[in-house]
Design a protein around this ligand. Structure first.
Ligand code: ADP
Ligand code: XUL
Length: 514
């Protein structure tokens, strides 16, 4: 049987999606949740606690242990891993892993991966995309290359706090000795690809573009950006490569432990958003995707790199060729979770509260930055209720619930005008796309119907499709087979609300700027 495996190491979980190109079906789907399955990492939402709100790190060994756990569960459930032809993967973007030297593999199958990787680390924790502690480094890098215009034009984004370059600079400044002892810096995606292939993997153009270090035109590291970031960085970074490149065969550790065939190919991994673009069937321009995961993102494919004039958005590589635009909203699911917890409701009650309140929420408005925000740039958390007495006092819980979702959707619409002015339809994915209340508000604010695919985890699916493509299967066939729209998911705008939302948008923008 021709099976292709996609793995997705996201903020809160590691998931697998196994597809069969023979039957056109999903052969297996499994997930390990970092918080509940690996509680000894003290990371209920996938990152370590820190007194400083701007610092967000994870333990990279948690991701490695999750890999062993996920594969052992698949083996124990009888998933035919011996028939997997190729594997690819997806990683939360921007996060970086610091190793003493490039990965050389040859893992010992008689012991777990964790101790074998632990001794390779030159830094015990990995800053992830939620980290916003690098404003100083962003300013320094921008100044050194002659301004953010250079960075935007060359790398697709101005200097951004969560991007890898500023994070590397901060590490080199705070821990110069550990930086000197670092021989290789990987992204989450290329780190896990290296572990799987048992050799040092390249970073693909999709994820490489989220570092403030890659020149989009030459598809190579940009010498000016490297020099502006940290000394000797050139030698510490892996090569860059096309997303379809094959690294080699899987390390024999995985054959001995889990029964993979020695000929199983491992292709380059990419970022979760580029993978999701593929899985959502949106690799050709024209389809807009909204992902409602830990972060909320909005993205679409584009033929030529076009940057966001307001400086919030990014250009990444499209794994199928060309480019993709992306906006990331840090206050995604975790902000909604805070509101749900404060109101003491589950997700069904959360949706019911939205259904019980009208579009526009009687003018009640929430400044919704529970954590520092990337779009728009808000450096310190800020939550404020503006409106009726019951809303401001917190007595009107339903209004509070609608307010967080409306503020997020309004912000998304407002800042995405450089990507799409009026989409015909929006494809949604991510954990919160299961919530009928949240999706209805999104449809109302954009004035567009939503679509969802039959296979839920679009990043893992995209990775499986990329593995199949690297092994020779064409995109058209893969998309037609696997990226199918769920006919039972029907969310259309509930009426004409453009005037109501135009007014709330103006209020939100004014309040955010004040
Ligand atoms: P990631 O890939 O970033 O780890 P997911 O796409 O798996 O995230 O989404 C996880 C998030 O989805 C959780 O933080 C949770 O708050 C949210 N979520 C899950 N189910 C629902 C639901 N029914 N309604 C709203 N949010 C949900
Ligand atoms: C995108 C971003 C997040 C992460 C985690 O720029 O920072 O979407 O990829 O999902």
């Amino acid at each position: 049987m021709s099976l292709y495996l996609g793995l997705d190491s996201s903020t809160q979980s590691l998931s697998a999606c196994l597809i069969s190109t023979d039957t056109g079906e999903l052969a297996a789907e499994l997930s390990v949740n970092f918080g509940t399955d690996l509680p000894h990492y003290d990371s209920p939402n996938g990152f370590l606690p820190n007194d400083d709100d701007s610092v967000r790190h994870s333990n990279p060994l948690m991701w490695v242990e999750a890999l062993d756990l996920l594969l052992s569960r698949m083996r124990d459930q009888g998933v035919p891993l011996d028939q997997v032809q190729a594997i690819s993967g997806s990683g939360q973007q921007h996060g970086s892993v610091y190793l003493k030297a490039p990965v050389s593999g040859g893992w010992d199958a008689s012991q777990d991966l964790k101790p074998q990787i632990a001794c390779l680390l030159s830094r015990q924790t990995a800053p992830i995309w939620m980290d916003s502690a690098t404003s100083t480094q962003c300013a320094e890098i921008a100044a050194a290359v002659g301004g953010n215009e250079y960075l935007s034009k060359t790398t697709g984004s101005p200097a951004i706090e969560r991007f890898t370059g500023p994070q590397i600079r901060r590490f080199a400044q705070l821990e110069p000795e550990a930086y000197t002892q670092t021989g290789r810096i990987h992204l989450v995606s290329s780190f896990l690809a290296s572990v799987l292939a048992g050799q040092d993997a390249a970073i693909d153009y999709g994820d490489g573009a989220g570092m403030n270090l890659m020149n989009l035109a030459s598809q190579d590291w940009d010498p000016a950006c490297l020099a502006a970031t940290a000394d000797g960085l050139d030698e510490k970074l892996p090569a860059l490569g096309a997303s379809s490149s094959v690294i080699g065969c899987i390390d024999s550790y995985f054959c001995q432990r889990y029964g993979f065939s020695a000929s199983t190919q491992v292709s380059l991994w990419s970022g979760d958003n580029p993978n999701s673009l593929i899985g959502m069937g949106a690799a050709a321009p024209g389809t807009v995707v909204v992902s409602l995961g830990t972060s909320d993102t909005l993205f679409a494919a584009m033929d030529t790199p076009r940057t966001d004039p307001s400086g919030y958005g990014h250009v990444f590589g499209n794994p199928a060729g060309g480019y993709m635009s992306l906006l990331c909203f840090s206050n995604g699911s975790l902000a909604r979770e805070v509101v749900a917890n404060e109101c003491g409701v589950d997700w069904a009650q959360f949706a019911a509260a939205i259904a019980a309140t009208p579009a526009g929420n009687h003018g009640n408005l929430l400044i919704p930055y529970f954590v520092p925000e990337t779009t728009p740039r808000v450096t310190e958390s800020r939550v404020e209720r503006i409106g009726s007495e019951a809303f401001v006092s917190g007595a009107d819980k339903a209004a509070y619930i609608r307010a967080v979702v409306e503020a997020q959707a309004i912000s998304m619409r407002c800042y995405s005008s450089w990507i799409t002015s009026q989409p015909d339809a929006i494809r949604v994915t991510g954990g919160a796309s299961a919530n009928r209340g949240i999706t209805q508000v999104l449809a109302d604010v954009f004035g567009a119907p939503l679509q969802r695919l039959t296979i839920g985890n679009s990043a893992a699916l995209g990775a499986a499709m990329r593995a199949a493509n690297s092994a020779g299967h064409n995109w058209q066939q893969l998309v037609a087979t696997f990226s199918t729209v769920d006919p039972d998911f029907q969310v259309t705008p509930s009426g004409e609300h453009s005037a109501v939302y135009a007014e709330l948008t103006a209020k939100l923008l004014a309040a955010t700027r004040s």
